[in-house]
Design a protein. Structure first.
Length: 391
């Protein structure tokens, strides 16, 4: 009877995960098409998700996706409370996990492609007075040039995924070379934010006398931390990642990169909420239930995720194992944050400085696809064994 229940549960899980991936593919495809379609319109910053028919389709698919994520999480909790084993590692080429990885690579590439070829920002500094004009010129141009490195990283990511499926797997040496290149180019992209970070700390540089608090909070602090910290840990991860050698050292720096990414996202998004409140009053964050939830999930939710990620990294290094279900929970939570906040605008509309940032200038919005990767990991192999970390 127990074996029968396990078989039934595994079948239910299989259909939940494939329904999740199928819905996710449709939603993410429409989401990306909404942004990419704007490249051919005037102004170039137009996003097609405001078209009623597209907005309706996104709302339906997004709602189903959220429900499926919730069902999968409940299913995981139920399996864990019953002490049932997690689904064993699957050897098939196409699994929910590989589909999730492919979707993340596609979203990373196409969303970056959209940002790279949206050139309407060129010349926006012309009508401004000094010193603001020079700072906007420098920060925009440097960030635009270094964004090309993320585009290259995205191209390599989609090429890696395509080669994996075309060749039904990749050799360790080939895979490691491609991963190292992706890490290096992604790290180079973050260096391009250094002038923006410096700008936030320079008195009289924001068009006001003295230090501009808004600029410091929204740009200076997050850009300084991310433009220095993230490249260092990504480069070290790439250097330490070598075939047939211990994964202890690259995992150490890879986990550090994960913590810094989440920390940067918290600083950046929280900073945007703070300056929105300073400029428009507390009602912008506390005036409606959906705004309260978005504000709380940013200021408190992402902070809790920073702490959880740091604790997970420390525990993983101490135990010399990566607990994949916990990693999946962190990835799912991060993706659900972006997914919910995007859908909040789809469902409730409204426009303020927060949404102008989140929907129009957020180069990390593609992370809303992460639940397609994180949810399958919840049910994957228990841990990434300590033998992989052996010196």
């Amino acid at each position: 009877m127990v074996n029968g229940n396990r078989t039934m549960n595994d079948n239910q899980l299989k259909w939940i995960l494939y329904a999740l991936e199928g819905t996710g593919i449709a939603f993410v495809g429409l989401f990306l098409a909404s942004y990419l379609g704007g490249l051919f319109m005037v102004p170039q910053t137009t996003v097609l998700h405001s078209i009623p028919e597209i907005k309706m389709a996104l709302s339906v698919l997004g709602g189903i996706l959220l429900v499926l994520i919730f069902i999968a999480v409940i299913f995981k909790v139920k399996k864990s409370s019953n002490n049932e084993p997690t689904t064993p590692k699957q050897q098939r080429l196409v699994t929910p996990l590989t589909v999730g990885l492919l979707m993340v690579a596609i979203a990373y590439f196409l969303f970056t492609l959209h940002a790279t070829f949206t050139l309407s920002w060129i010349g926006e500094w012309e009508p401004l007075a000094e010193p603001l004009r020079s700072w906007i010129l420098v920060t925009d141009v440097v960030a635009g040039v270094f964004l090309i490195f993320r585009f290259i990283a995205g191209t390599l990511a989609i090429a890696t995924a395509s080669l994996y499926f075309a060749k039904k797997g990749l050799t360790q040496s080939t895979l490691y070379k491609l991963i190292r290149a992706i890490l290096v180019f992604e790290g180079l992209y973050w260096i391009g934010l250094l002038p923006s970070g410096v700008w936030g700390f320079v008195p009289n540089a924001g068009g006001l006398n003295g230090l501009n608090v808004n600029l410091l909070i929204s740009t200076g602090i997050p850009c300084i931390i991310s433009s220095i910290g993230i490249p260092i840990v990504l480069f070290l991860t790439a250097i330490k990642l070598k075939p047939n050698q211990s994964l202890a050292k690259p995992m150490k720096w890879g986990l550090a990169a994960g913590v810094l990414y989440v920390l940067t996202l918290w600083l950046n998004n929280t900073g945007m909420w703070i300056i929105s409140i300073l400029q428009k009053g507390s009602s912008v964050a506390l005036g409606t239930p959906e705004a309260i939830l978005s504000f709380g999930s940013t200021v408190l939710g992402l902070l809790a995720l920073v702490i959880s990620t740091a604790y997970f990294a420390k525990k993983s290094l101490n135990n010399q194992t990566i607990n994949l279900p916990i990693a999946g929970a962190i990835i799912t939570a991060l993706g659900a944050y972006f997914l919910w906040n995007y859908l909040t605008w789809i469902y409730f509309g409204g426009w303020n400085q927060w949404y102008a940032w989140f929907l129009g200038h957020n180069l990390d919005l593609y992370l809303l696809v992460l639940p397609l990767l994180g949810v399958p990991l919840l049910f994957y192999k228990k841990s990434f064994g300590s033998e992989k970390f052996a010196e």
